[in-house]
Design a protein around this ligand. Sequence first.
Ligand code: LLP
Length: 431
Amino acid sequence: MTNSFPLCFSYKNGQAYLGDISLKDVVAEYGSPLYVLDSQTIIHNCQQFLDPLASSYPKSRVLYACKANLTLGIAQFLYRLGMSFDVSSGGELFTLIQADIPHDSIYFHGNNKSHSELQLAIDYGVTIIVDNLQELTNIVHLTIHNKPVRVMLRIKPEIDAHTHDYIKTGQLDSKFGIQKQDFEHFFKLFQSHSCVEFVGLHCHIGSQIFDTKPYYELVDSMMPFMSYLVKDLGLEISEFNCGGGMGISYLEGDSPFDIRTFMVDFTHYITEQFSLFSIPCPTLLFEPGRSIIGSAGITIYKVGAVKHIQDVKTYVFIDGGMADNIRPLLYDASYRFDKLHKKNLALQSYSIAGKFCESGDVLAYDVLLEEVSVGDYLLVFSTGAYNYSMASNYNRNCRPAMVMVDGLSIVPLLSRETYEDLIRFDKQLNG
Ligand code: LLP
């Protein structure tokens, strides 16, 4: 079982550390709120996928789902670890291009890619994961006088992964993906347009999944269909993407499955199934985001005030909140909190409220912490995924900085925004 702390996290004499780096020193240098990533946790999380696959299914690739958290430095760091990438917008793709990630390591998702996004993808030569017939038609038009493009089709496996409604994607009524029964329309386009090279199928069942069963159901649902494509239509399925969604631990009681074990068992099952259906084993792709970077992250906030409401509750006001972590409000997500500096005091109950003008801007209610005073720093764990990437400038606040602690060095990944940044695109009225 994994926990919600980065691997290198510990308290030494009551002070929080990542390895030998004191988080007090990090926040003194970079300010708060601050996103901090632990490089060792990211490395470990990648190895959970890459190592077992190297022996149990070498014809495989692990794509990092950039939507979880992306900066130039994160992309470069992950690429050096052997990761490939999936992007879901032109902006994410542009970031990877600027990070010098090679085209053949990138797969492009999205249910409504614009012409300019498709053009960028085709020009750079990435694989496009097609969501609907209109998109394939658009690609065909864009490739007419152009170079060939590799495409995969996103298929709805039509199974239901048990997770929050907003983050499940494999079921029939999902906005994502193509129904198997509609494949013939796509097939016709592949047959008549040789520029568009069909390389395989993609499925993604949802996110923050704690049970391995739906992944096996996904395979069971796809095997007869793949067999039909290969045997009846004469297509080659050279790549099969089983998506991401592997859950992580946010709270003590969370029990995500062990990824190492799953990779071995799942690839055995895949090998077995392809042999049972007598079709060649494809290159297998996975695209985890949260399970690569979520547990590596800590957010550090500074306490600006403590408000006691007699017989009701005590609020701790922090210098961030819903704009740098929308997940509690959006998904009822819960996190572990602690103090940066602990002094062995008795625990008290606090509600952690953000600084934004919204009553709902409370990251957590009734958290037990040692006595909190103005000027203290709070830590929120498992904030590496979908915190910065979903951050906003609500109330015209600046988004936090991000650093990665890598052994003895602190690697800046993102500068803190400034007020100047906030008005960068504003236009003054003339006269
Ligand atoms: N592949 C596809 C096609 C996806 O849509 C996603 C996530 C992933 C891979 C990566 O899933 P992961 O391994 O990170 O669970 N904002 C939500 C999560 C939305 C996930 C969207 N798609 C959250 O904060 O929980």
